[in-house]
Design a protein around this ligand. Structure first.
Ligand code: HEM
Length: 530
């Protein structure tokens, strides 16, 4: 006790007194330096030791460097240029090194075990989407980012009837007519066709016609490059930053949207300008429709119309304007790039492997006697090689390749023999499952014939482009119909080839929520003679 008193009078007291006698600006400087130093030199090492040896997750294998700081881990994927968007690849490597469960951060566990996956992504799951990830200010009130299980269930229930298989069958005329328009536009352009963007325009015109009665009319753009698409491409680039600094992004967005003329925003930050333009297109579409609906135009058969009013029978409130805008934005995003990307991969590989293209053409000729013949989706769905090409392209594009994080429930969970306390964030990446060499031999080979064998059950069990369970992709049947009709009719109609200058490396991707290729798929297309 006497020693403590000595320490106080000889060291601490003089230090404190001289600190208190400093000028206020010096006080701030020395105070923050002392705080930062003790944070880095004392707090961080002690916290690190606790995480490595004493934390409830300390028994889970994984790189110890990942336990230093949650924020540094996130920052790593944002600021190191060559690591941007490569998290999915790293997670797969970590599973190769450490096994089916890896601790990838202080609170983060990644899994590579399909039974665990099925337990988490199931109907009536107790594992909600994690706010650690679903917090992007531009979409955090959308259905996709609704983390509360009950709220998400109510919002899905309102949309589900519009996306069931029978409902999508009723959309066949719309899908076929948009595909016809798309094919004639491709024929007209003929050379230097940016088919990556072409497929995006096709899928977005379908989903916007269904959502708002009027499509964005992207297919009529001379080069498939409408302004809003550039905005979308920029928005998707900002997802990691939005996730890391949601409040900063939200404030920036708010200030730029409400207080600055758009021309100035476009000069100061072209990315933000494009993002806001894209947001405007989506919000004008949905709010414009709401005005018409509330003015008495009630005979709309679109997805959004029923969300403008309370549904007393089901105890559901009308969506707020912010929810409507976020849904409009995320439905376009969810439905466009995923489908477009799978179609681009199919075309890329069919050009690369002409023998497979010839085989597919023969199959298609069996149901379409001329390059421009009509064919029902139902018929295309029954063609084994076409469906093999679609499955393989979905396996290669993954839907969302990186983790779709879920939280451990409030009372924790035990997975693969480890207890996960509440607050644990659980990661599962489609990329890891889709490239498992035991299930998909030679996994990086695009091989649609792997789906033509008698027993595909093991592959199907590991095939998760649309996710599973109560948060499975709501647009899955629509996407499947678009994929069959667009790919089948495209290959039957055109001879195709790469443009000079196109390189295989243009199709390499990194994950910005959805995959983003380094370049665009540039092709020529010429109508077949027979
Ligand atoms: C090949 C095409 C598609 C793929 C691979 C795909 C994939 C996915 C995946 C993996 C999820 C789960 C995301 C998560 O857990 O956070 C999802 C959710 C969703 N998808 Fe798709 N999607 C496709 C097409 C579509 C289409 C055409 C629509 C049309 C509207 C759509 C609308 C949605 C919506 C609204 C959700 C959120 C569901 C929820 O959170 O409960 N998707 N999709």
């Amino acid at each position: 006790m006497a020693q403590l008193q000595d320490l106080f009078t000889t060291t601490i007291h003089p230090l404190l007194s001289s600190f208190l006698s400093l000028a206020p600006s010096n006080k701030l400087l020395y105070g923050s330096t002392a705080f930062l130093t003790s944070y880095v030199v004392l707090y961080m090492p002690i916290r690190f030791i606790y995480r490595v040896y004493f934390d409830p997750l300390s028994g889970v294998p994984g790189p110890k460097s990942a336990l230093v700081s949650e924020n540094l881990n996130k920052l790593y994927w944002i600021v190191v240029p060559w690591r941007k968007g490569t998290e999915a690849f790293t997670l797969r490597e970590l599973h190769d090194r450490y096994g089916p469960i890896v601790r990838t951060g202080p609170r983060h566990l990644s899994f590579n075990d399909i039974e665990v996956y099925n337990q988490i992504y199931k109907v009536n799951t107790k594992f909600p989407k994690s706010l650690d990830f679903y917090n992007h200010p531009s979409a955090n009130e959308s259905i996709v980012e609704t983390v509360n299980i009950k709220d998400a269930h109510a919002r899905r229930a309102a949309l589900a009837p519009y996306f069931s298989k029978p409902a999508v069958r009723k959309l066949e005329d719309l899908i076929q007519s948009k595909v016809s328009l798309f094919l004639s536009r491709v024929q007209e352009i003929g050379t230097n066709v940016n088919i990556t963007r072409g497929f995006r325009c096709l899928t977005v015109d379908i989903i916007t016609s269904y959502s708002y009665e009027e499509s964005f009319d992207s297919l009529s753009h001379p080069t498939f490059t409408p302004g809003w698409l550039l905005g979308f491409e920029q928005l998707i680039e900002t997802t990691a930053v939005q996730n890391f600094l949601p409040n900063v992004f939200a404030v920036m967005e708010f200030v730029m949207e409400k207080f600055l003329p758009r021309s100035l925003v476009l000069t100061l930050s072209p990315i933000m300008g494009d993002v806001l333009n894209f947001k405007d297109v989506c919000s004008n579409a949905v709010l414009g429709q709401k005005v018409k609906y509330l003015a008495g135009e009630r005979d709309m058969t679109t997805i959004f119309a029923q969300l403008f009013e309370d549904d007393e029978k089901r105890g559901r409130k009308a969506l707020t304007d912010k929810q409507l805008i976020h849904d409009a934005l995320s439905t376009v995003a969810a439905g466009m790039d995923t489908t477009g990307h799978a179609l681009s991969y199919a075309i890329y590989y069919l050009i690369k492997y002409p023998d497979l293209q010839r085989r597919l053409l023969e199959e298609l000729k069996g149901v379409m006697d001329s390059p421009t013949a009509e064919v029902k989706e139902e018929v295309l769905e029954s063609l084994p090689l076409l469906q093999g090409c679609i499955k393989e392209s979905l396996r290669f594009s993954h839907g969302v390749p990186g983790p779709l994080p879920r939280d451990a429930p409030a009372d924790g969970a035990t997975l693969l023999g480890h207890h996960l306390p509440a607050g644990t964030v659980i990661l599962n990446s489609a990329y890891t499952y889709h490239t498992n060499p035991t299930v998909f031999p030679d996994p990086f080979k695009w091989d649609p014939t792997r789906w033509l064998v008698e027993d595909t059950r093991e592959m199907e069990r590991h095939f998760i482009p649309f996710s599973r369970g109560s948060r499975i992709c709501i647009g899955m049947h629509l996407a499947e119909a678009e994929l069959s009709v667009a790919l089948g009719r495209f290959v039957r109609r055109f001879e195709i080839g790469f443009m000079d200058g196109f390189k295989d490396s243009d199709m390499e991707w990194r994950s910005v929520f959805v995959p983003k290729t380094t370049g665009m798929l540039m092709i020529w297309a010429k109508e077949r003679e027979e």
